[in-house]
Design a protein. Structure first.
Length: 150
């Protein structure tokens, strides 16, 4: 079994800088709420332009935010010169995504040298309450020696 990766000293800044490069996350209005070793929280305000035909946030928008949260949770434990890439994920939609803010909380389940398994929960917040609306299990790959960071 490989040793458990430990976060680099500047993992928070690396996550912030990488997220800032993701134009799609900027388009969605996503912001970084919290970063800890192996954990990331992102939020996205409700935006009618991101809804499906029933007025709920679109599954594609939810999946994108949850996937990014999982990727960054894994990234916090990767070497400084590494990049992160999603290999696969499974999304479960549990309830309609209606409310004021979507929050994605991700954590590393099993870190690895090349492959890291992650899990995220997505909540809709409204008037001080949260409702679980989606979960995502993701597999992330550590990219090394490819000239790719972030």
């Amino acid at each position: 079994m490989p040793p458990t990766p430990s976060p680099t000293s500047d993992f928070r800044e690396r996550v912030r800088a990488s997220l800032a490069k993701q134009h799609f996350m900027t388009t969605l209005g996503v912001r970084l709420v919290r970063v800890e070793p192996g954990e990331v929280e992102l939020s996205m305000p409700f935006d009618a332009r991101l809804t499906q035909q029933h007025g709920y946030l679109h599954a594609g928008a939810l999946a994108s935010v949850l996937d990014s949260a999982c990727g960054y949770a894994a990234y916090t434990l990767m070497p400084e010169d590494a990049g992160v890439l999603s290999v696969e994920f499974k999304l479960d939609l549990l309830a309609p995504a209606e409310g004021d803010t979507f929050v994605a909380r991700a954590r590393v389940v099993k870190p690895g040298r090349t492959i890291t398994v992650t899990r995220a929960e997505g909540f809709m917040q409204r008037a001080g309450t949260e409702r679980l609306v989606a979960t995502l299990g993701g597999t992330m790959m550590c990219l090394r020696d490819r000239g790719v960071a972030g």
